[in-house]
Ligand binder design. Structure first.
Ligand code: GLN
Length: 492
């Protein structure tokens, strides 16, 4: 088999059974990265030597574990003691973390080989994957197109077989959106299921780490590796809240018969690409054929999702990003006139336009006189959105909806209109606002002026019910043959 044209589970099994050596698999991925990363720009850094050493240690039996020898990559806002943790920003271009993120430790303890760090919109702020200080990532399906953001590098790397799987972060859609636009699987777990320790904070009440993978099973395997309480993250759920961590892979065999699948009219917008509407109908009828019961649910506050999200996210970002002051972390200006100038110039030089815009929006929303009208109001609407889901999940086990309104935009298409970019998140943000889990799986291909491009289908579930999502998503993946969706060889 071509080792780079497969998935995490197959690679893991082949290495575990001695059919393949991790060093050969890792070398094959590194060769592919060498060949294509110049075009795709999925990686900010590649740890070739370290990865090969780890792979050889696996082959020598010195490193063992359930993911022994499997080459994966992590988004570059997840802290690693090796290499830099740049967040795609000039501010942290040379930042070296003194500790590893919990998820990095978990990956390494399970024997995985980390190939490198993946490009992202600066500080994970963006919907297209174009706003990194290291340049845009390109969509392997068509390199004139954006991969989706903010985890553009992760989506593109998995789709282009530059990693067997990836870990990324999702604050308002950053895992699911690139998964949809790149034709792969992306899961945002329930808030609190996965430790955020070592994830550079964007909006702390929304941020969550999750997998981007080729298959639903791979997502289940990676979630198994990273789920669970971490005493280093005070927002990580304890077992009395989350329940014991289930066997997620076993959940794939759960029957969908008798499961109630919610459909909401709020997701059936005129603005959806016809392929999105068709995929939604097809998915619902395939699951109904397997015995699921389709029920109408109402999510009346969906239209307030984007404004609520962008108020909460920017408010939290303005506070979280205050630490980059030229003294504590990151870029420091040269020859400042005084201390205030040191702060102002370091921040002015270190941050890109979108990050500055968000800091200003968030500072405004929190400022005295406007706090009640904006931030506090957003918190109240957040509660209403959460209540919509609570009520819907009284009637169904999961909600089926699109991930995005259509396929990938062209690079540059959304760059001078921030509002247009924010509106792209209409179907992904409510999941984070409510804290529930959501998975995006390939929904087929949309015919566009520029050829065929993938679209995503999303399943949303109640808190800590990732197993239900895996059961439904796994069944859909099988029925729709979506693991066969792959881009042609990349043009370089
Ligand atoms: N597009 C959203 C934003 O720009 C979501 C980003 C994310 O999930 N990190 O804030």
């Amino acid at each position: 088999m071509d080792v780079t044209q497969t998935n995490l589970a197959e690679i893991r099994n082949a290495i575990a059974s001695g059919q393949m050596r991790s060093a050969d698999v890792t070398r094959a991925y590194l060769d592919r990265i060498e060949r294509y990363n110049g075009t795709i720009n999925a990686y900010t850094q590649v740890f070739s030597e370290r990865a090969m050493q780890r792979a050889q240690a696996v082959d020598a039996g010195e490193v063992t574990g359930p993911l022994a020898g499997v080459p994966v990559a992590v988004k570059d806002n997840i802290a690693t003691t090796f290499g830099c943790t740049t967040c795609g920003s000039k501010m942290l271009e040379n930042f070296r973390s003194p500790y590893d993120a919990t998820v990095v430790r978990q990956l390494e303890e399970s024997g995985a080989v980390i190939l490198g760090k993946l490009n992202l919109d600066e500080f994970a702020m963006g919907s297209t994957g174009e706003r990194s200080t290291f340049g845009p990532t390109r969509n392997p399906w068509n390199t004139d197109h954006a991969p989706g953001g903010s985890s553009g590098g992760a989506g593109a790397a998995v789709a282009a077989d530059l990693a067997a799987a990836a870990l990324a972060s999702d604050t308002g859609g950053s895992i699911r959106m690139p998964a949809a636009w790149c034709g792969v699987v992306g899961l945002k777990p329930t808030y609190g299921l996965v430790s955020r320790f070592g994830l550079v904070a964007y909006a702390s009440s929304l941020d969550q780490i999750g997998p981007i993978t080729r298959t639903v099973e791979d997502a289940a395997i990676l979630l198994q590796t990273i789920a669970g309480h971490d005493e280093n993250d005070s927002t990580s759920a304890i077992e009395s809240v989350s329940g014991p961590i289930p066997d997620y892979v076993a959940a794939l065999n759960e029957s969908v018969a008798g499961k109630k699948l919610g459909i909401a009219k709020q997701y059936r917008s005129e603005g959806n690409h016809p392929a999105v509407t068709a995929a939604l109908d097809r998915a619902a009828s395939l699951l109904a054929d397997r015995g699921a019961e389709v029920v109408e649910v109402d999510l009346p506050h969906t239209e307030y999702g984007v404004p609520t999200y962008y108020l909460v996210a920017t408010a939290e970002a303005s506070s979280n990003l205050a630490r980059y002051d030229g003294v504590h972390y990151g870029h420091r200006t040269e020859d400042p006139a005084d201390l205030i100038d040191l702060y102002a110039a370091s921040r002015a030089e270190g941050f890109g336009d979108e990050v500055k815009r968000r800091i200003m929006l968030g500072t405004f929303a929190l400022s005295s006189g406007y706090y009640d009208a904006y931030y506090l109001r957003a918190l109240k609407v957040r509660r209403l959105i959460k209540q919509d889901f609570d009520a819907a999940f009284q009637r169904c086990d999961a909600i089926l909806c699109p991930t995005t309104t259509g396929p990938a935009v062209r690079i540059g298409q959304a760059s001078d209109d921030p509002l247009a970019m924010y509106l792209m998140d209409v179907y992904t943000v409510t999941c984070n606002v409510a804290g529930i889990p959501g998975i995006s799986i390939p929904g087929g291909l949309a015919e566009t002026d520029c050829g065929k491009l993938p679209i995503g289908l999303q399943l949303l579930g109640p808190y800590f019910r990732e197993s239900t999502l895996f059961a439904l998503a796994g069944s859909l993946e099988k029925e729709m043959n979506s693991t066969l969706i792959r881009p042609d060889e990349i043009r370089i």
